[in-house]
Each structure stands twice: as structure tokens, then as C-alpha cells.
Design a protein around this ligand. Structure first.
Ligand code: 9YT
Length: 134
């Protein structure tokens, strides 16, 4: 069995930071689970364009508020604690932080390898190197 603590992940190279979000990568491909599991913070008042062309993602909101706009149809969905959204169609979207930072639990299939950040299209590459020590 593998046991980790969020606080330890936040103080290691499992913690990935950008201008609009942070992601504590609690479980990655090298755990052999077939998915990766992250705790993400979306900063209040930000907008992030995302298009996971290579991955499926499920996202559960634990704290804070925000919204997601799916670009194919212009629909806007409110995100608040208890909401789950499931990007089953590699949906291109805008993710917006609301009045407070949003804490999200995120699962990726296939699993992320390490320190992926969005490319110019809002996607993650499939060939990122694994972390050196995990
Ligand atoms: C919800 C979302 O996709 N936010 C961007 C970060 C991502 N969840 C990650 O890498 O953990």
C-alpha cells in the first residue's frame, strides 16, 4: 500500500504551480493505478483555457466557487462544493475561479507522469518524464 499526506506533497516536486492554479500530484503513473489523483487549487478571479486532448478528467469541488464554460455550446455551469464535472468528450473549456479559491479533487486517465503543465492548446503531453523521487 502507498500512503502520502497532502502537506508532504505540497512541499515536494509533486507540487506544480502556475499563474492560475496549483496541483498537488498525490498519485502519478508510477503508482501503477491506471489513473492519477491530484488536489488542485484554482485561484479566485482567474480564467484558464483547457483542452485535454490526450486525457479524460473527472473533477470534484471540495471548497470555494467558480464556473466552467464548454466552448462547443457556450454553456456555463456553476461549480460549488459537491459538484462533479466529467470531461468525457475531451471537452474544450474555460475554467474560472470565483470569489474564493476553489479546491478540486481531480482524476486523470491516462495518469500524469510528473510535472505536466498546459501547452499552448491547453493540453498535457503524454510523454512528460516521471518525477526523480516519488
Ligand atoms: C481542473 C483542472 O484541470 N485544473 C488544472 C490543473 C489540473 N487539475 C491538474 O494538473 O491537477
Amino acid at each position: 500500500m502507498i500512503v502520502r499526506h497532502l502537506k508532504d506533497a505540497e512541499n515536494s516536486d509533486r507540487m506544480v504551480k502556475t499563474d492560475t492554479w496549483t496541483s498537488a500530484r498525490l498519485s502519478l503513473a508510477d503508482d501503477g493505478m491506471g489513473f492519477s489523483f491530484h488536489v488542485t487549487t484554482i485561484f479566485a478571479g482567474t480564467e484558464t483555457p483547457i483542452h485535454y486532448k490526450n486525457h479524460l478528467e473527472t473533477v470534484f469541488c471540495m471548497e470555494g466557487d467558480g464556473e466552467i464554460e464548454t466552448l462547443a455550446d457556450g454553456k456555463v455551469y456553476k461549480i460549488e462544493p459537491g459538484v462533479v464535472y466529467i470531461l468525457d468528450k475531451h471537452d474544450k473549456h474555460l475554467l474560472r475561479g470565483g470569489s474564493k479559491d476553489m479546491k478540486l479533487a481531480c482524476v486523470f486517465n491516462p495518469p500524469l507522469n510528473g510535472r505536466e503543465v498546459h501547452d499552448k492548446d491547453g493540453a498535457y503531453a503524454l510523454d512528460e518524464a516521471p518525477l526523480e523521487a516519488s
